[in-house]
Ligand binder design. Sequence first.
Ligand SMILES: *Cc1c(COP(=O)(O)O)cnc(C)c1O
Length: 473
Amino acid sequence: MGENQAKELLRQIPGVDAVLQMDAVRDALSRHPRRIVLDAIREELEAARKRILQRAQPHFVLKLDELAHSVAQRADRLAAFTLLPVINATGIVIHTNLGRSLLPEEALARLHTICAGYNNLEYDLQKGERGSRYVHAESILRELTGSEAALVVNNNAGAVFLALNTLAAGREVVVSRGQLVEIGGSFRIPDVMSSSGAILKEVGTTNRTHLSDYVSAITERTAMLMKVHTSNYRIVGFTREVSLEELAALGRERGLPVVEDLGSGCFIDLAPFGLRGETTVRRTLRAGADLVTFSGDKLLGGPQAGIMVGRRELIEKCRKNPITRALRVDKMTLAVLETTLRLYRDERQALEKIPTLRMIALSPEQLNRSACELAAALQHADRKSVLRIEVRPGFSQVGGGSLPAQDLPTSVVAVRSSLISANRIEEFLRRNDPPIIGRIESDHFIMDVRTLIARQTEIIAAAFGRMVESLQK
Ligand SMILES: *Cc1c(COP(=O)(O)O)cnc(C)c1O
């Protein structure tokens, strides 16, 4: 492209007002605020100018209807939500990247009831005076766990931080080397410890820690004995960890609080569903922990929250720490948490109504039936018969750093095609509205039905139908 040609093209670029009159742009104006459409126009005109000046395409012609169309598309992108519902076909129940636990219907209804109007978040209705937000989930937590007191903060990382900062700032916390965990998203026990002001005192070795290791680490600088649930990994082979009972006895003898970060915080025994080794909060307290911290949105199946239960005196100290204000929970969390917790009053009801538990408890027969239904719907959507669709046995994960190496048997639907690679299937579905997230395994696109919810089979089939239509046979 010569310089004169470029100049001529630059002259052809319409002004903002002219673009505003174009049909596709007027359509965009009926959908979006004017400011967004104007931004889209400026960005598109700037892009056109750049393309001409770079002279990358020698036969570049400015097509006005294409420009209008690009403006409309850009306006749609600028105006779009960024937080979107997605379909989780990974089978990972507590998928941290996909929002962890789905909330029970009852909790969502309660969220509306509480948050559509005013509420007594910090108002004591008995006394007619200012109250505390921290009372709201406390009584149900005490009832369900048998603890003396409870405190709810923003998330479990916050609860661990608060416990360390309140009870051990400037002093030492004894932790086994085998428990210095890193959870996804850069939560590392040693880092949380140092930012809380507590001093980490590691004891034992990676694979073996003995009670004597704790005993010899205790000095006048020691503030706390801490145990951390090795949520997302397992040390196997020649191993030894000190039991909570032993540690609690040592803590009592030396007058030191014993704190356990449970991570997931389960309220019911999951052994009947093939998941071993996940203790309950109640059992942890009974085994002698003075303070237990756990998440609201992992196995508990509620909202993001950090829950602390245990001895009243320790919880009161945490509550009075000014940092609690920076970690405080909001009314939405409390409304959802209280409702979710109340479902645990009846274990059968909890398993039925809390999606996280319901998904974990699905039977192999139910899963196989759902997988066959999905496969049949895909078969039906494959009008050109270009997909190979099969139902296979597979494994789902609980996820959320809970129960590592304990996969749940499931049924998956595997899809492949000679016309489109598994990578391109994955990409097509990920860009669907709503996005469908599956995984690739040896050149098959795999969907695990465990984490699908009502009517998603139809949405997935429709997306596959569109994908098949777009393929050239
Ligand atoms: C998940 C986890 C945390 C962090 O909990 P969040 O609620 O995500 O902040 C802390 N400790 C352990 C052991 C965990 O598994």
